[in-house]
Design a protein around this ligand. Structure first.
Ligand SMILES: [Fe+2]
Length: 425
């Protein structure tokens, strides 16, 4: 067993670590060129003793980084099920094989998304390392700009099949139920995600649909705190020390940056000023982007983070609220109702915090932004909220502009109001 829940294993002490390692090498990074590119570290944590493990890696752009996660669950009859593989680096495979030697072969590998390229890209290479495993993929697979076969993603036809529409027909149906969200038509290609419910442990596995935002940086980010320190700077001239407080500050800014893209507390500095300031920057190393720091943070950024975090409750990412789930609210809410019937007590998403202690009701509440508002005498009216209740309008302004841009050019379909219930007079 690679490590234990809640503890940082010895190999994670950043002061004792080399900067690069063959163990972390991921040579296929140009296929999806996201940070940390060719060096991807893996952190394994045991969620439930001897039964559930998560494997965290990182993904991001320009030091805006969040965890991406694979979950492995032990099957009752021995063997393992893998949900949403991450990059099969030597380090990752070694830790997985530690589990295999103790708990049995990997029997099933699940690709639970048709749209999440950051998950799709690793499934083929991971499955190749475990050729006896059966691979099940979300039904509506697609690629852009041209449709390419699954075999080009490294998924062989002898090993791969589509998840049955009826979860009772899957070979692991006695231990897992699943519900398929979508496909949601986005014109370029559909959004689709498959939530899995592990009955014995009462654990819900989701891909991108909900996340929980931790106050403190996730452990996988702490392996290399530099990106957090970069974002802890208020401006290009700021020099920050590596302390838990600055790491937390950088992480929290990174979180709102990653989800709002341009939160209201972030001021973009002009190109001319950015280059002028870079010439006087205290750090002009390549690692510090040669002193280029084209943003300034307003003092109210913390208010923005607190509003976004929602006390750590499950939330739907703003981009999904604004650009995807509001395209087919009935489809999404039908799936939410199906998932909320399972009596789970924890959620393991593929990003951000994990595990998240949450009830089906809390999960369902994360989708309130799609629901009509209740009115007097218990009646409902069909006007859909144009924005989520609790996220600040100012922080959503950038995504609103993106939405308008895409709709004006017919690139994506517009948001659709929730249909009026048939019982409504
Ligand atoms: Fe994802």
């Amino acid at each position: 067993m690679p490590t234990t829940a809640g503890s940082v294993p010895p190999q994670t002490d950043p002061k004792l670590q080399p900067k690069r390692s063959r163990d972390w090498a991921w040579p296929y990074w140009p296929a999806v060129p996201l940070y940390p590119y060719g060096q991807r570290r893996t952190l394994c944590q045991e969620v439930l003793k001897g039964r559930i493990w998560t494997f965290d890696q990182l993904q991001g752009i320009l030091y805006v980084i969040i965890p991406v996660r694979m979950t492995i669950i032990k099957l009752a009859a021995g063997g393992l099920l893998v949900y949403a593989p991450v990059a099969p680096t030597r380090e990752c495979i070694r830790m997985v094989k530690d589990l295999v030697s103790e708990h049995g072969e990997i029997k099933y590998i699940i690709l639970p998304t048709a749209s999440g390229i950051e998950h799709k890209v690793f499934t083929g290479p991971f499955a190749k390392r475990f050729p006896k495993a059966q691979v099940f993929v979300s039904p509506s697979q697609w690629t852009f700009p041209v449709q390419i076969p699954l075999s080009w993603l490294g998924l062989s036809s002898y090993q791969t099949q589509v998840l049955p529409a009826n979860s009772a027909e899957a070979p692991f149906a006695d231990e897992f139920d699943y519900a398929i969200l979508g496909p949601i038509d986005l014109r370029l290609g559909p959004f689709e995600e498959v939530a899995f419910f592990h009955k014995r442990s009462r654990t819900l596995l989701v891909t991108d649909s909900v996340v929980s935002i931790p106050v403190n940086p996730p452990k996988i980010l702490q392996l290399d705190p530099y990106p957090m320190l970069f974002h802890a700077k208020d401006n290009v001239f700021d020099v920050v020390k590596d302390t838990p407080a600055t790491q937390r500050k950088g992480w929290q800014r990174m979180a709102i940056f990653a989800f709002y893209f341009q939160p209201s507390s972030l001021k973009v500095v002009g190109t001319k000023q950015t280059f002028q300031e870079a010439c006087q920057a205290p750090n002009r190393s390549k690692k510090d982007y040669f002193g280029l720091f084209p943003v300034q943070w307003n003092p109210d950024w913390k208010t923005s983070f607190d509003a976004f975090r929602q006390g750590g409750s499950p939330i739907v990412a703003p981009i999904l609220q604004k650009l995807i789930f509001n395209r087919q609210p009935e489809t999404v809410l039908a799936w939410v109702d199906q998932v909320a019937q399972w009596n789970f007590r924890r959620i393991i998403p593929c990003h951000l915090d994990s595990p998240v202690t949450a009830t089906p009701r809390q999960f369902s509440q994360a989708f309130d932004f799609l629901r009509p508002e209740p009115v007097a005498r218990g009646r409902w009216f069909a006007r859909k909220r144009s924005t989520p209740v609790n996220f600040p309008e100012a922080d959503l302004a950038f995504l609103d502009r993106v939405d308008q841009f895409l709709c004006d050019r017919n690139i994506t379909p517009p948001a659709k109001p929730l249909a009026k219930p048939s019982s409504e007079p």
